[in-house]
Write a protein that binds this ligand. Structure first.
Ligand code: PLP
Ligand SMILES: N[C@@H](CCSC[C@H](N)C(=O)O)C(=O)O
Length: 390
């Protein structure tokens, strides 16, 4: 059996074979492959069905994610689209009430078309989840920590319970907020499918859109591949190549982003009047639960100021923090989720789910942390907030 190393080593080791021993994986920028003869198609015929650069990426991701099979597709949302196609009309699914806005949008679209029965619950309430999961629950969608409220879900208990009630229930976990460096839901928490928006940490440079799906079930792997090949959402070769390049520095980037994020959370709690949400802070209500599932808090945090006007002023006064959706990139981003990433959740639903309109989300990058804190402190003052001298 091939020796397996820690993820920091696996990320730079790549571990692929090339006829010329090239140090980096070759880019097979081709749509089609010639056949030797009519009867011998060879390993590849058409890039929608498979491409060697995509195979290199997928094998590498499988080692990193502890998966039997991994697939790279054109975005995080297309990963979710592939997953929901495994369901039959009328199937019952359970989803969190603080899922990423785009996830909520796709599930609501399918619900409104009467293709699925979708019920949203507070997935941080494990007892409630245990009551709601029945033998008819076909799929459960979980995220932890949630984006943008940073709520933590007991993934292990919910998954074990779901499998006990219905062994065919597919538990799907969106690991975009943590990445495989910080959390291994497939191997450690027992979920059936792990997916991530690789547009975020995995790539880390905001120059491609991509999604990855991973599973340890051969049956699910076959079904997922069938959908990917049939719909043609497999990641294009050049984007696979860029993702391979970005992945090599994943552990380093996360380490630095997380270190900066912890210092920023510690700075924000010294500012009177702000309600800070971060799993880096021991007073987070599920600090211990998060620690039991992940190796660190990640680099996304949020805070409330008490008014949308104040939050907007702060966001617009930042010089280093750019007003941008997304996260997981090397540069620091600031946003107002209700008007940006989560605008696709209608205002009534946002209010019902206690998603504060003034919530500011910070996605911390690799810059000098003192510069980031100074910039944020100056912006908070522009917003009329008194900031203690650092
Ligand atoms: C938690 C989470 N999951 C999935 C997605 C979808 O990923 P993508 O933008 O790559 O389609 C996003 C962001 O877009 C996200 O924040
Ligand atoms: N206009 C986009 C918004 C993308 S949000 C990206 C990211 N997941 C985040 O949380 O910032 C859309 O309609 O999807």
């Amino acid at each position: 059996m091939e020796e397996k190393f820690d993820i920091e080593t696996e990320l730079v080791r790549l571990g692929f074979e090339d006829q010329y021993n090239s140090c980096n994986p070759p880019l097979y920028q081709t749509a089609t492959f010639r056949q030797d003869s009519l009867s011998n198609m060879g390993a590849y015929d058409y890039t929608r069905s498979g491409n060697p650069t995509r195979t290199t990426l997928q094998n590498y991701l499988s080692r990193i994610m502890g998966a039997k099979a991994t697939f790279a597709v054109s975005s995080g949302m297309s990963a979710l689209d592939v997953i929901v196609r495994l369901l039959d009309p009328g199937d019952e699914v359970i989803a969190g009430d603080d899922l990423y806005g785009g996830t909520h949008r796709l599930l609501t679209f399918l619900k409104n078309k009467k293709q699925l029965i979708v019920n949203h619950y507070d997935t941080t309430d494990t007892e409630l989840m245990k009551q709601k999961i029945t033998k008819n629950t076909r799929m459960i969608f979980l995220e932890s920590p949630t984006n943008p409220l940073i709520k933590v879900v007991d993934v292990r208990s919910i998954t074990a319970h779901a499998h006990e009630i219905n062994p065919n229930c597919i538990v799907v976990f969106d690991n975009t907020m943590m990445s495989p460096v910080l959390m291994s839901p497939l191997t450690d928490l027992g979920v059936d499918i792990q997916y991530e928006s690789a547009t975020k940490y995995l790539n880390g440079h905001h120059d491609i859109m991509s999604g990855v799906l991973a599973t340890n079930s051969e049956k699910l792997a076959q079904d997922l591949y069938f959908v990917i090949n049939s719909t043609g959402c497999g990641l294009a070769p050049f984007d696979c190549w860029l993702l391979l390049r970005g992945l090599k520095t994943l552990a380093l980037r996360i380490e630095r982003q997380q270190e900066n994020a912890i210092k920023i959370a510690q700075f924000l709690i010294t500012v009177p009047g702000l309600k800070v949400r971060s799993v880096a802070l021991p007073d987070h209500p599920q600090y211990e639960l998060h620690k039991s599932m992940a190796k660190g808090p990640g680099a996304v945090l949020s805070f409330e100021t008490g008014s949308v006007e104040t939050s907007s002023k702060i966001i617009e006064a930042c010089k280093i923090w750019s007003i941008t959706v997304s996260f997981g990139c090397v540069n620091s981003l600031i946003s107002l989720p209700c008007q940006m990433s989560h605008a696709s959740i209608d205002p009534d639903t946002r209010a019902e789910r206690d998603l504060p309109e003034d919530l500011v989300r910070l996605c911390v990058g690799i810059e000098n942390v003192n510069d980031l804190i100074k910039d944020l402190a100056a912006a908070l003052r522009v917003g009329g907030i008194s900031v203690p001298a650092q």
